[in-house]
Design a protein around this ligand. Structure first.
Ligand SMILES: Nc1ncnc2c1ncn2[C@@H]1O[C@H](COP(=O)(O)OP(=O)(O)OP(=O)(O)O)[C@@H](O)[C@H]1O
Ligand code: SF4
Ligand SMILES: [Mg+2]
Length: 355
C-alpha cells in the first residue's frame, strides 16, 4: 500500500484585518497612524509597503509584531499568524512570555535605522550569542562552539566572512556589512516571517544591490515570507512580488508588482511612479506630487488624497473610499484601489523586457 503525501493546505501565514495603530500625542489626545489595514500574506510571498515618509509603514510593521513604543496602542483589528504546524496564533492576544517566544522563532524584524544602534562595546559574536541565549531551544543551553557555528552559518549566508566579522566590533564594519549582520541576526532562529524596514536606505547603490541579491538568495534557500518596507519603489519592485501603497495610514492600492508599476489605478500611486526615473530608455518628464500628506490630527473629510488629487470631484469629498477590486485573483494578489474614479485613471509605463 502506498500512502499519498498530502501538500500542506495553502493558507496565509499572516492575516491582518482592520488593524489600527494609535499614538498618544499629549493632552490626552491620540492620532491613528494606521487606520484599518487588511491583507493576507502567503508563506511564499513577499509584500512591499511603499509610500511617502510618515504614511505609516514603520508603524504598521511594528504593530504586526507588537513592537510599538510605549505611546503606541492597537485600538482595533486582528493579526492572525499560522504556524508551521498549522496552528493559528492570535498575535494581539499573546501574553508577554508567549510573545517573546513567538518573536524571533516565528517572526522577526530588521528595524529602520538599526545599523546605527548596535551596542558599540560588544563584538558581533557577543550580540549574536545574546540573541541565541535569549531564546533557548528547550532546557539545554547551547555551547560556545554551537553559537559560533550557527552565527558563522548565517554570516556566510549573507556573504560575510565569519572569521573576520564575528570577532569585530560594530565600528570596524562598513554600513553594508552591518546591515548584513542585522539580516543574519534576524534569521538566527529560522523565522518564517521577516519584516525588513528600509534595509537599503543610506547605503550606496552597489551595496544596495548586494543586499537585494542577498535577500533573493536567502528567500530562495530559507523560504520565509517577507514584508519589505521601503520608500524606494525601484528596490520594492525588485524584491517584492506584491506591493501595497500606503497613504495617511491606509493601504490605498494593492496588487502584483506588475499591476502597481505598469498599470496603477490610484492617482497617488501614479504620482509616486511618475516621480521615479526609469533605469533604461528615454527620460520622461518627472513630476512630483503637489502639496504634502495631511496631518493625522486633522485629516480631511472624504478621500484623504483629495487635496492633492488631479482627478478630484465633489463626490470624493464625502466618505473615505474603500478598496475596490479591479481584478480578482487568488492568494491575496487581487489588484485593488481605494479610489472612486479608478476606471478613469490610466497610466501605462512601457514594459521593458530584460534580456
Ligand atoms: N512614537 C511616536 N509617537 C507619536 N507619533 C508617532 C510615533 N512614531 C510615528 N509617529 C507618527 O506616525 C505617523 C507614521 O509614522 P511612521 O514612522 O510609521 O511612517 P513611515 O511611513 O515609516 O515614514 P518613513 O518613510 O519616514 O520611515 C507619522 O505621522 C509619525 O509622526
Ligand atoms: S477618490 Fe477622488 S480624490 Fe480620492 S484618489 Fe480617487 S479621484 Fe482622487
Ligand atoms: Mg519608517
Amino acid at each position: 500500500m502506498t500512502l499519498a503525501i498530502q501538500d500542506p493546505p495553502d493558507e496565509p501565514i499572516l492575516s491582518v484585518r482592520d488593524l489600527a495603530v494609535a499614538y498618544k500625542t499629549g493632552a490626552g489626545k491620540t492620532v491613528e497612524a494606521v487606520r484599518g489595514v487588511d491583507f493576507d500574506l502567503y508563506p511564499d510571498q513577499s509584500l512591499a509597503l511603499v509610500g511617502e515618509s510618515g504614511c505609516g509603514k514603520t508603524t504598521l510593521g511594528l504593530g504586526l509584531l507588537r513592537l510599538l513604543p510605549r505611546l503606541g496602542s492597537v485600538p482595533r483589528g486582528t493579526v492572525t499568524y499560522r504556524g508551521r504546524d498549522g496552528s493559528t496564533v492570535d498575535v494581539l492576544a499573546l501574553k508577554k512570555r508567549e510573545l517573546r517566544d513567538w518573536r524571533w522563532r516565528e517572526a522577526a524584524m530588521v528595524f529602520q535605522g538599526a545599523m546605527n544602534s548596535f551596542n558599540p562595546v560588544l563584538r558581533v559574536i557577543d550580540q549574536m550569542a545574546d540573541t541565541i541565549k535569549a531564546h533557548p531551544d528547550g532546557e539545554r543551553k547551547p555551547s560556545k562552539k554551537e553559537i559560533w557555528e550557527r552565527s558563522a552559518e548565517l554570516l556566510r549566508a549573507v556573504r560575510l566572512e565569519p572569521n573576520r566579522v564575528l570577532p569585530s566590533y560594530p565600528h570596524e564594519l562598513s554600513g553594508g556589512m552591518k546591515q548584513r549582520v542585522l539580516i543574519a541576526m534576524s534569521l538566527l532562529l529560522d523565522p518564517k516571517l521577516l519584516i525588513l524596514d528600509e534595509p537599503t536606505t543610506a547605503l550606496d547603490i552597489l551595496t544596495q544591490r548586494a543586499i537585494v541579491d542577498v535577500l533573493h538568495e536567502l528567500r530562495a534557500e530559507r523560504k520565509f515570507a517577507m514584508v519589505f518596507i521601503s520608500h524606494d519603489l525601484a528596490i520594492a519592485a525588485e524584491l517584492a512580488d506584491r506591493v501595497a501603497t500606503m497613504y495617511a495610514g491606509k493601504i490605498i492600492e494593492t496588487g502584483t508588482a506588475r499591476d502597481i508599476f505598469y498599470g496603477p489605478r490610484h492617482p497617488y500611486t501614479v504620482g509616486l511612479i511618475k516621480a521615479v526615473p526609469p533605469v533604461v530608455g528615454d527620460l520622461p518628464e518627472l513630476a512630483s506630487i503637489p502639496g504634502a500628506p495631511p496631518s493625522l490630527a486633522n485629516l480631511p473629510e472624504g478621500c484623504k488624497f483629495a487635496p492633492r488629487c488631479p482627478y478630484v470631484q465633489d463626490a470624493c469629498l464625502t466618505g473615505d473610499p474603500e478598496l475596490d477590486t479591479i481584478e480578482e485573483r487568488p492568494r491575496g494578489t487581487a489588484h485593488t484601489a481605494a479610489c472612486i474614479r479608478w476606471q478613469d485613471v490610466k497610466y501605462e509605463r512601457k514594459v521593458v523586457e530584460r534580456v
